[in-house]
Design a protein. Structure first.
Length: 131
């Protein structure tokens, strides 16, 4: 039977259970409507704490459970690492083109799989059209 464990917004693509199954992380918004990470202990989401501001979107635990990886909305061509100890975030990939739409770690944590895409936008100006 489903059980509510927290009464706050949780982005669907941001929910992830830690590798050891003891913690949950998800993206949410704080009282000032800023995007933040929220980490709590399972099974009842106790000991919750808000962490660094990160953009909305896909979050994944790092294989060691000491940090969370995410796709930056500022630089969507890279995956960033946000340590849970409060250290600043940093990129873990260094691509210069194409957008990462999703990513996942292999079971043993030795490899990172990425789904990348090229987004093309064309602007066309039509002149002299009559009704």
């Amino acid at each position: 039977m489903p059980t509510q464990i927290v009464n706050m917004f949780a982005g669907a693509f941001s929910l992830d259970v830690s590798p050891d199954g003891r913690s949950l992380v998800f993206g949410t918004t704080d009282a000032q409507n800023r995007h933040t990470l929220f980490v709590c202990d399972l099974p009842a989401c106790t000991g919750g704490r808000s962490l660094a501001a990160v953009p909305p979107g896909r979050l994944r635990w790092m294989p060691d459970g000491k940090a969370v990886a995410y796709i930056s909305s500022v630089t969507p061509s890279n995956v960033w690492l946000q340590p849970l100890d409060g250290m600043p975030s940093r990129p873990i990939t260094h691509f210069t083109e194409r957008t990462i739409s999703d990513f996942a770690w292999t079971r043993d944590g030795s490899r990172l799989a990425l789904a990348r895409a090229t987004i093309t936008n064309d602007i066309v100006l039509f002149k002299g059209l009559r009704r």
